[in-house]
Design a protein around this ligand. Sequence first.
Ligand code: HEC
Ligand code: HEC
Length: 490
Amino acid sequence: MAEAKQPDRKRNKIIVLALGLLLIGAALAYFGWYKFFREEPQPDWVTETPEMRFKYGSIGAENDAGIPYWIFYVLPRMFPEKLPGPGGYASLGVPWEQGQELPVGFTKKVIGFPRVGNNCAVCHTATYRASADENPVFIVAGPGHTTNVEGFFRFLVDCAKDPRFNADNLLSQIGMVTELSWLDRQLYRFLIIPFTQRALLEREKQFAWIYRADFPRWGRGRDDAMNLTKYFMIKQPMDDSFGPTDMPSIWNLRKYQPEKGMLLNFGGDSHDAYSVIIDSALGLLGAAPKSNEEFLGHVRWLHEYLRAQSAPKFPFAVDEQHAAAGEAVFSEHCASCHASERTGTRVPVAEVGTSRDRLDTWNKEAAIAANKVVNDMGIERKGLVEETSNGYIAAFLDGIWLRAPYLHNGSVPTLRDLLEPADKRPTVFYRGYDVYDPDKVGFMSEGEEAARVGSKLDVTEKGNGNQGHVYGTTLPPEQKEALVEYLKTL
Ligand code: HEC
Ligand code: HEC
């Protein structure tokens, strides 16, 4: 009997051992999931109103493109010299509301640990001030004319390249602002910090073109969107093109009627707003969505929200009589493109005469490749226009007062300047200062403060040409004044 029991006992032991291992395995798996993947919903205030959701709501970018919150928090303290000026992230011109922990367009979400991602609002929220001693007014879906996106990209990569970016230094900085548990410190030391550094360094290669000495900086309020798509989404090798554009306003998207052949983006690169939103959101995620259903839920919400937003009214006085006279000038000289069948469609660059650099950043092959990437993710959309664009979209002019500087590359500071021939337009000015100039219609772009805060744009540099669009430039001065008065009302 005793002999017969022997194998039984052995078998039992093995079973117990296996069960034990299984339990430990399960506990470890749970621990791993809890510490790295457990998703907590954002706090209620974030989704309380649509506007708050637009400004601070996650669209899923914290997963692959996110930065651990505590690392994000301490970087400006550790590397202030790598920012364009004093004041931490604020020196990058990000819209920042009083009392908010993070700037507009920065989202905080716990996925295992708190992470920071971005949403559309970082580039698509405008701020302006009536005078230097007033608080800024925030306009969601307006052009993010102050945000220095390139400065932000460079800052993160430059930090990751610095030998001081290591676990000892980061943990000692983090220890000054929060108390991580012993276990969390080990996770930061051995996994989160090295992983974050590697991820940022990997981006450096894709960002090679923004480090080129023969290209100027994008500066505040611009981004080289089609090159970003080329180098990040379809991983094409770097070419010599360079075409940063202004952040556009994205209110009132219902004005685009695809059935009438209208296209979106400055070069008419995309068929419809839904497609642009998908592609922009994928850019923010930096990878395929974890769940297409959840992702498209965000996209549909954004689409509805942005369709319904209206352009803000000009907040200063308008001379009605003058504006009425200006309307007649507009009808005669501008409406054929800006209030007609042509609006929202391409005007050949040979006709409008503006800088063609932006057009050279994109082409048919790139569109086909990018459409394939999105298709392969199982996401359906009409997508990018599979042809090489020869022109720029004749812009809808709703809310044009807030969309300075003007032209696709933001090379003309005010509406009044746009009505001068190119050789009389400013050749050097500062972008991204938010004090408004209601007379010339645009932002203050010269003077000490504008120079201190803003980024310099020199129209002789690559991508910055301010030539072309000569419409209205030969009108008599009083007609120009009247026209500008009318443009304030759009
Ligand atoms: C890093 C800055 C940035 C972010 C983030 C960003 N965009 Fe944009 N967006 C741009 C720029 C720049 C353009 C113009 C690109 C061009 O034509 O060269 C643009 C173009 C657009 C357009 C086309 C507008 C028009 O009238 O043709 C829409 C719509 C849009 N974005 C929506 C979004 C949405 C929605 C999100 C978030 C999912 C988003 N964008 C995120 C910078 C950004
Ligand atoms: C032949 C067509 C055409 C006519 C006529 C025309 N425009 Fe334009 N307009 C365009 C195109 C195309 C663009 C985009 C050019 C670019 O960004 O390079 C544009 C851009 C603009 C912009 C800049 C939009 C922005 O977001 O920066 C303003 C402002 C503008 N036009 C005002 C006017 C006014 C005022 C008139 C009349 C005096 C006028 N346009 C006449 C085609 C036209």
